[in-house]
Design a protein around this ligand. Structure first.
Ligand SMILES: [Zn+2]
Length: 290
């Protein structure tokens, strides 16, 4: 297989073609995932390079045939699925955007810190078309931001601290979503079959639940859940203001907070700015008489 590649490179290829084949050859020498990559790459080459002469086409076809015959015997569908997903990304995105990926190799300068739910249906990277490097992401059950607490919530605190103090993100976006299981659980509490972690975690949203039950007592459970999905975003935005870095950056006008809501049933997204609270100035008192 390698000899065919080498021969092909030395005899009949343009420099671009040679570099592509070298990449493919290097890919083959890597782990098993690269075999599919090599085959796909060669097939792309056959489709895209009209200038290839007959000898080159025949040699590439022979190489594809050889590669297909040495498929690894262990075909775990999960491994294949993940491998195919990466190959798709590698060929259609990574290899086609060298400027972007070379720049990202030097460092990141994301425009957003995003809080989103872990729900598999609501990935902001997909729904908001974020590109690599755009968003520093925290995903958790029900997209919650806990109040500043170095003992209980150090994972979230570390992400906020790093995003603000090291990456200097100028925007934080908290995104709620429709039919959120975490919010449903919060609204159901208390229940007997307690989870090990979930119930304690979603209680971060208790102030939102209290507000919903207070203001919308006559709505049915599912409508209350929907209200809570929104009010909980406000609760998280307010909790962000318990972090000294957030307070400092907002005060200096270097940071803006936004709420968002993705309704995946209707296919709708809304976003709003979460304004800083207006702090009343102290009254100007007349000078005291001496
Ligand atoms: Zn959710």
């Amino acid at each position: 297989m390698y000899s065919v590649t080498a021969e092909l490179c030395s005899s009949s290829c343009t420099s671009t073609l040679i570099s592509q084949l070298v990449c493919i050859k290097e890919g083959v020498t890597m782990a098993g995932q690269s075999l599919d990559l090599a085959i796909q790459g060669l097939k792309e080459l056959l489709r895209e390079k009209e200038e290839l002469n007959e000898v080159a086409v025949a040699k590439i076809e022979k190489l594809v045939d050889e590669l297909q015959r040495i498929r690894p015997p262990f075909l775990d569908p999960v491994v294949i699925n993940i491998r195919n997903g990466f190959n798709e990304f590698k060929i259609n995105k990574f290899d086609k955007n060298p400027d972007l990926y070379n720049k990202l190799a030097e460092g990141q300068n994301p425009k957003y810190l995003v809080f989103a739910c872990s729900d598999s249906r609501v990935s902001p990277t997909y729904t908001l078309n974020f590109q690599p490097g755009d968003a520093f992401m925290v995903r958790n059950i029900a997209n919650m931001v806990p109040q500043f607490d170095q003992i209980r919530y150090s994972g979230t605190g570390a992400a906020i601290e790093y995003a603000i103090n090291a990456l200097h993100v100028p925007n934080i976006l908290v995104i709620g979503h429709s039919r959120c299981g975490g919010i449903k659980r919060l609204m159901e509490l208390p229940q007997d079959d307690a989870f090990d972690f979930i119930d304690d975690w979603v209680k971060i949203g208790l102030p939102a639940k209290v507000k919903v039950l207070d203001e919308f007592p006559n709505y049915d459970f599912y409508e209350q859940c929907k209200f809570c999905e929104l009010v909980s975003v406000y609760n998280s935005l307010e909790n962000l203001r318990t972090y000294p870095y957030v307070v400092r950056e907002e005060k200096e006008n270097r940071l803006r907070l936004y709420g968002g809501y993705y309704d995946f049933v209707k296919g709708e997204f809304s976003i709003w700015k979460h304004e800083r609270p207006i702090i009343p100035r102290p009254p100007i008192l007349p000078p005291r008489p001496l």
